[in-house]
Design a protein around this ligand. Structure first.
Ligand code: ZN
Ligand code: ZN
Length: 257
């Protein structure tokens, strides 16, 4: 009998330790958060998109996304009433956003403001880095998150421009628009080379990947492959791209020390 009790105690201890170990594992970093699928950069009829905000939000919800930022050019598309229609706890959330659309000497500088309460107007600047800096500051003043968009669009923004900016913590390391030159070319680095250079320089800059979708209805004639998911040609055309430039060490695109 004593032996049975002893065995039972051992068994109980073992099971307790097992449960404790299980909870210890669950409390680790992997279990401390939850992954959500979303897109931080999308357009509607409020700028140069082809669909209403409700149509765009519905498309993403029906395609398995859990959050979406509607980022129209210099326009804050309202999300409160839209969330009442398409939003659902833990299932889908529209986050207010804007693509602050500025330029310096005819070179575009686009920066997304994520989760902002009111419209941010382009802040302008006397150089490209000053233009970036002033918009970062304006977006942060509005208590939103600034994300520098597609640096290679019109070959506007260099790593040196970004290194001169304080408070830039996010930039698009991939954008699905077909004219943004993700792979670099002609001596200009790819976006992943730019990211590498920023990190090598000690900057904590997060890379974000977005689709920058504009079309949900019209199927542009220049698209040879139709996107099966309905997202237009932006994503399809960008997938098979290969970088025309050979890989170089990130330090080679940095200014001399
Ligand atoms: Zn843009
Ligand atoms: Zn855009």
């Amino acid at each position: 009998m004593k032996q049975l009790i002893r065995r039972s105690i051992f068994l109980l201890l073992f099971v307790s330790m097992l449960i404790a170990a299980l909870f210890a594992t669950q409390a680790g970093p992997a279990a401390s958060g939850r992954w959500y699928k979303g897109n931080l950069h999308t357009h509607t009829l409020n700028s140069d998109g082809d669909s209403t905000p409700l149509e765009v939000a519905t498309w993403y919800r029906e395609h398995g996304y859990q959050f979406l930022v509607l980022s129209d050019h210099n326009y804050l598309t309202p999300t409160v009433s839209l969330n009442e229609i398409v939003g659902a706890a833990e299932k889908f959330l529209l986050i207010p956003g804007e693509e602050v659309t500025d330029s310096f000497e005819k070179k575009p500088m686009h920066m997304n403001a994520v989760n902002l309460a009111e419209l941010v107007r382009p802040a302008h600047g006397t150089s490209m880095s000053a233009t970036i800096q002033n918009n970062v500051d304006a977006i942060r003043k509005a208590k939103a998150l600034p994300t520098l968009n597609h640096p290679n669009f019109h070959w506007s923004i260099s790593v040196q421009d970004m290194l001169a900016v304080n408070g830039l913590t996010h930039f698009e390391v991939y954008n699905g628009h077909p004219q943004v030159n993700n792979p670099g070319g002609g001596g200009s680095p790819s976006l992943d080379q730019m990211w590498d250079a920023l990190l090598t320089a000690g900057r904590r800059v997060y890379g974000v990947a977005v689709d920058d979708a504009h079309r949900f209805k019209a199927f542009p004639r220049k698209c040879r492959i139709r996107a099966t998911d309905g997202s237009g040609c932006d994503l399809v055309l960008s997938v098979p791209m290969r970088s025309p430039v050979r890989w170089r060490p990130a330090t080679s695109i940095l200014p001399p020390a």
